[in-house]
Ligand binder design. Structure first.
Ligand SMILES: C[C@@]1(CC(=O)O)c2cc3[nH]c(cc4nc(cc5[nH]c(cc(n2)[C@H]1CCC(=O)O)[C@@](C)(CC(=O)O)[C@@H]5CCC(=O)O)C(CC(=O)O)=C4CCC(=O)O)c(CCC(=O)O)c3CC(=O)O
Ligand SMILES: NC(=O)C1=CN([C@@H]2O[C@H](COP(=O)(O)OP(=O)(O)OC[C@H]3O[C@@H](n4cnc5c(N)ncnc54)[C@H](O)[C@@H]3O)[C@@H](O)[C@H]2O)C=CC1
Length: 208
């Protein structure tokens, strides 16, 4: 069974071998997550050229060389050459994260199908069994979210920060945080009032 995790890769070095369609999907997610991305590929899509021109990636227009992954935190073997991808995966240290796009067993992680909305991330994986089913389940789950999800979660975040700061007893904190999930806070107006009167919310949560 895979171990799921949300990685903070801001400023971390990501190295991607390959600049085709699949590599670009992985690169987009790396850029969005704030990684420092180096791409090694002779050829590249229009999108890759744009990212390179705008400084969002560092593109080395050449074939993969041994040691290219040396300083990387995370590596993608994303060429269309199975043998090259295999070698790249073999060249990484066991402490590095490596994804092989054509033979997932040769890497040590796989990417899920992802949907982001504000602070919410939905990630669905079938552990390599069927990427298309992962995508479909992701789309079905995302379709059940409504327009308010982003604001609602931002409200929960802000309230939770304040509750953590203001309420010290763990049991009291739990009471407040549980109370926050009451359906009434799905109403925008009630959320706004509550944010303005956090002390009242805390008192009511503890004495109701
Ligand atoms: C194991 C994994 C490794 C990894 O890439 O991390 C992997 C591996 C492989 N994918 C292959 C094919 C396809 N992959 C997609 C699409 C996606 N693939 C993604 C993830 C993963 N793909 C990981 C496991 C995910 C899981 O847990 O289930 C998604 C979810 C995330 C992402 O890529 O960001 C993204 C959808 C994102 C979105 O929609 O948003 C499509 C559809 C399309 O392209 O439209 C096809 C064609 C249809 C088909 O073949 O099923 C092949 C065969 C290559 C060949 O034979 O030529 C392999 C190789 C193998 O099986 O070893
Ligand atoms: N994991 C996944 O999500 C998926 C994986 N695949 C697999 O991904 C492979 C690649 O697909 P595409 O991106 O569409 O191919 P593509 O043909 O668009 O791109 C291949 C890229 O690999 C680069 N490349 C080839 N040899 C290289 C080397 N020695 N060093 C550096 N770069 C090198 C090329 O310059 C090119 O940019 C497919 O062969 C397929 O097996 C396909 C679909 C989804």
């Amino acid at each position: 069974m895979y171990y799921p995790i949300m990685l903070d890769i801001r400023g971390r070095k990501a190295v991607v071998a390959g600049g085709g369609q699949v590599a670009c999907r992985k690169i987009k997610a790396l850029i969005d997550a704030g990684a420092t991305v180096t791409v090694i590929s002779v050829h590249g899509s229009e999108q890759l050229k744009k990212w390179s021109e705008t400084g969002q990636i560092h593109w080395l227009r050449r074939a993969w060389k041994r040691n290219d992954a040396e300083a990387a935190f995370i590596v993608f073997a994303a060429t269309d050459d199975r043998e090259v991808n295999k070698q790249i995966a073999e060249q990484t240290r066991s402490s590095q994260l490596v994804n092989n796009i054509d033979r997932y067993e040769e890497g040590n992680f796989v990417l899920p199908a992802v949907f982001h909305r504000g602070r919410l991330t939905l990630a669905v994986s079938t552990g390599g069994a069927s990427p298309l089913l992962a995508r479909r389940i992701r789309d079905e789950a995302a379709g059940r979210l409504n327009d308010q999800t982003e604001d609602y979660l931002e409200f929960l975040f802000q309230m939770r920060q304040e509750i953590k700061r203001k309420v010290t007893r763990p049991a009291d904190k739990t009471l407040c945080l549980r109370n926050l999930l009451d359906r009434k806070y799905r109403e925008k107006q009630i959320r706004e009032q509550t944010l303005h009167h956090i002390d009242t919310f805390i008192k009511e949560s503890l004495f109701q």
